[in-house]
Design a binder for this molecule. Structure first.
Ligand SMILES: [Zn+2]
Length: 100
């Protein structure tokens, strides 16, 4: 396992999840690790290609991560905030300066 060689390839998948399916963009087919290979980082973790440390450091498509490109993550987090009224740690309040 080479820690320095990990590249996130999750951008090869359309994660918008229409009809609950993820699309392999290049072929336009439903993404299938059996068919297209383990392209997404979660599949790589499952297969032992990378470890969780690399996944959280390098993956740009982590569901639930506010900085992730994973399309559903943003909406899930918003919904969670509305129902629980819980302030997410690590997100600073918007400075009032911006409004002046
Ligand atoms: Zn990734």
């Amino acid at each position: 396992m080479n820690e320095s060689k990990m590249i996130c390839e999750c951008n090869q998948i359309d994660w918008s999840g229409k009809d609950g399916k993820y699309i392999h963009i290049e072929s336009g087919e439903i993404y299938d690790t059996q068919k297209h290979g383990a392209l997404d980082c979660q599949a790589k973790v499952r297969e032992g290609t990378i470890n969780y440390g690399q996944y959280f450091r390098e993956c740009k498509f982590i569901p639930g991560d506010p900085e992730s490109h994973f399309p559903n993550a943003y909406f899930k987090i918003q919904k969670k905030n509305v129902t629980t009224n819980k302030v997410e740690e690590g997100i600073p309040p918007i400075p009032e300066k911006l409004f002046k």
